[in-house]
Design a binder for this molecule. Structure first.
Ligand code: GDD
Length: 348
């Protein structure tokens, strides 16, 4: 039987990589997205070119639905009849969740409830449900963090994800649903949103080299994160739903770096000293911070056979190269331009 996957948040970083993966495996994929007045489908436009939306038998289609709108979820479940549901949609920015706490809780916590409840009400007992849970749930719990580590969330975002985690578990226990959590540590890529720290840095470097920006303003440089590659992590997500039983899994690299390390590595690729270009500002500090995240993915390795393929250095290079390429620059061309920048920055 052909598998049918419903992906919420299909226009996001993970949604786009997951759609590619599932299409390559022969799935029929339906993505859902919220209406926006300005196009925000850049990450999946290449898939629209490969799959003609006008063909009734197309393998890939995106329709409108919203995690804050139960009837839209019920409609798409009824019409598409998925065998797997991947709930990746969220207000995913931790810092912004302090400013938009209520809507973050609505989308990230009540949203999964609406979706799980709609699946249950549809009587679709065999549907497999994936919840995008987050290492942000561990919050202030010291590293390393595994499935056994207590949650101590530090933000409205973290609290919303803890609620969604337990709602997913509850549907598994109370109703026997195949509902699993992937507890994903930070994962990045050239498709990362522009206001997450890694992409903000690589994009800003490309702008500095192109002469469009002088300095980057950043918040807490001491934060430690376990940064992996989104392309690897969607493989983990898929494996979680192929497992023999529903369960909760940490997906992480097991390597931790500070924001400073990320700056040192990416600026270093162009032989630049990051301290010449970065200003630390309170503007980007959060009311409460998660100091250190380091994942222990032993369970996923053992039970799912999952492991990351892209390390920290390769991730830094991949993201920087991509942002430079968007400015029409190869790494060598950027290095040559960076050489000319250096004396100016140092006041020579
Ligand atoms: N965004 C941002 N912007 N973060 C900054 C900045 C800045 O200018 N300066 C320092 N940081 C610090 C943040 O305070 C945080 O400690 C760290 O860099 C990483 O921030 P983000 O890249 O915004 O990611 P995050 O760790 O808060 O959250 C991401 O990972 C979670 C998994 O742990 C997001 O992808 C979440 O959606 C995800 O659940």
């Amino acid at each position: 039987m052909t598998k049918r996957a419903l992906i919420t948040g299909v226009v996001g970083q993970d949604g786009s990589y997951l759609a590619e993966l599932l299409l390559s495996k022969g799935y029929i994929v339906r993505g859902i997205t919220r209406r926006a007045s300005y196009p925000h489908t850049q990450r999946i436009d290449h898939l629209f070119k490969q799959h003609d939306d006008r063909d009734p038998a197309t393998q890939f289609r995106v329709t409108y639905a919203d995690l804050t709108d139960s009837s839209s979820l019920g409609n798409v479940l009824q019409e598409f009849e998925p065998t797997e549901v991947y709930n990746l949609a969220a207000q995913s920015h931790v810092g912004i969740s302090f400013e938009t706490g209520e809507s973050t809780l609505d989308i990230n916590a009540i949203g999964p409830f609406r979706l799980l409840d709609s699946i249950r009400r549809a009587g679709a007992k065999d549907v497999r449900y994936y919840q995008a849970s987050s290492s942000e749930m561990f919050g202030a719990s010291p590293p390393p963090q595994s499935e056994a580590t207590p949650f101590l969330p530090q933000s409205p975002y973290g609290v919303s994800k803890v609620a969604a985690f337990y709602l997913t578990r509850m549907h598994r226990i109370a109703y026997g649903m195949f509902a699993s959590n992937g507890i994903l540590f930070n994962h990045e890529s050239p498709r990362r949103g522009l206001n997450f720290v890694t992409r903000k840095i690589t994009l800003s470097i490309s702008q500095i080299v192109a002469g469009e920006l002088d300095r980057i303003q950043l918040g807490n440089l001491d934060a430690k994160r376990d940064w992996g590659f989104s392309g690897d992590y969607v493989e983990g997500i898929w494996r979680i739903l192929q497992h023999s039983e529903p369960d909760d899994f940490v997906i992480a690299t097991g390597e931790m770096h500070t924001v400073r390390d990320f700056l040192g590595k990416t600026f270093g690729i162009l032989d630049l000293d990051w301290e010449d270009f970065v200003t630390q500002t309170d503007r980007f500090l959060r009311p409460a911070e998660v100091p250190a995240l380091l994942g222990d993915a032993t369970k996923a390795r053992k039970l799912l056979g999952w492991k990351p393929t892209v390390g920290f250095d390769e991730l830094c290079r991949m993201m920087l190269e991509s942002d430079l390429a968007a400015k029409g620059l190869t790494l060598d061309q950027a290095k040559a331009k960076a050489k000319l920048l250096k004396p100016r920055r140092r006041g020579a």
